[in-house]
Design a protein around this ligand. Structure first.
Ligand code: UDP
Length: 322
């Protein structure tokens, strides 16, 4: 997609988690579209380097604060036309290291971000996740599937945080009339993921380039559907610019196994690393693929970057920036 979908009357946006992987791409695209952008981040899993190239851009402001804390709200005067709530550790390794903060940002953090949107009459968008479907029993996953989540399993801190956040957004919209939507994001990858953030693509790329074994969990037959970050950002901004209140899946349609991801990254990097099969994490979903009919019909969105091209771009960004 060539231009950034934005409502013509938007002047100022708030991106919580704006120094994260996805958040920083969103800040960039909103600035390109001519908006003023406040980026709020507590740098728990975000990184100032992700926004270093934006810090001198007129209209961009970084506010280091934790949206789960009430004082953060006081440091965000707005007024905002758009609030994108993207703050949350998203890698299983990160959210397992920070379980309470993960639950807090989905509950208190979402409440605070919604309050800002309601204060200013802004459009609000929650970054939700395919993890609300848990280890899905239906395939592919449509938005009306309720999911199969273990509420006390290790991943529950993330899954239930996002499920609660979805409930909060839905209640705000119906009880207070807040203009609020939800995107359910599936596995997104691309430049600016931390090499050791634990997620499959950056981990395998770092391992392949570093000559280390690629750590494939289990037998690697579990699947994911990868979506390149530019496509995800297009989808997010289209949902933001729409008046959609129900959740919308945004994700790649090409389902691949983890072993195929490892083999493709070995091929594209020319690495001679071997594959090491390691223990599979508890409750690791076996299959995941979005049904994106709603996004296609409602927003005419569909991913345009195939996974080989996306992986090449991601690898070359790692090689260039180190
Ligand atoms: N995975 C793997 N090796 C790694 C990291 C992840 O085999 O070093 C697997 C993980 O077990 C899962 C899939 O890759 O089956 C995707 O994991 P990721 O953490 O990227 O995201 P998830 O979809 O599980 O949230």
């Amino acid at each position: 997609m060539s231009s950034t979908p934005a409502r013509g009357d938007w002047r100022r946006a708030l991106v919580t988690g704006g120094a994260g992987f996805l958040g920083s791409h969103l800040c960039e695209r909103l600035l390109d579209a001519g908006l003023l952008v406040d980026c709020a981040d507590n740098l728990l899993s975000g990184n100032r380097e992700n926004i270093a190239h934006l810090e001198e851009t007129p209209g961009f402001r970084f506010v280091e604060c934790d949206v789960s804390e009430p004082e953060c709200v006081e440091r965000l005067p707005g007024p905002y036309d758009l609030v994108l709530h993207f703050a949350c550790p998203a890698s299983p390794a990160d959210y397992l290291r920070h379980p309470i903060q993960t639950l807090d940002v989905g509950s208190a953090g979402t409440r605070h971000a919604l309050a800002l949107a309601a204060r200013d009459g802004a459009r609000f968008l929650l970054a939700s996740t395919s993890e609300v479907y848990g280890d899905p029993l239906v395939h592919p996953q449509r938005e009306d599937y309720w999911g199969n989540v273990n509420p006390i399993g290790p991943r529950s801190v993330y899954d239930e945080s996002k499920r609660f956040a979805e409930a909060l957004v839905t209640a705000h919209a119906s009880a207070l009339g807040t203009d609020a939507g939800i995107v359910r994001l599936f596995n997104t990858y691309g430049p600016r993921m931390r090499g050791h953030d634990g997620r499959v693509v950056p981990t395998f790329i770092a391992q392949a380039l570093g000559g280390e074994p690629l750590t494939v969990a289990g037998d690697g037959t579990q699947t994911r559907s990868l979506c390149f970050v530019d496509d995800t950002v297009d989808g997010v901004l289209l949902v933001a610019a729409s008046r959609a209140v129900r959740p919308v899946n945004i994700g790649g349609g090409h389902e691949v196994s983890v072993l195929e991801i490892a083999e493709k990254i070995l091929e594209l990097t020319g690495s001679t690393s071997r594959i090491a099969f390691v223990e599979r994490p508890a409750d690791d979903p076996a299959r995941r693929r979005p049904d994106t009919t709603l996004a296609r019909e409602l927003l005419r969105w569909q991913p345009s970057v195939d996974w080989e091209e996306g992986l090449k771009r991601t690898i070359s960004a790692v090689v260039t920036t180190g």
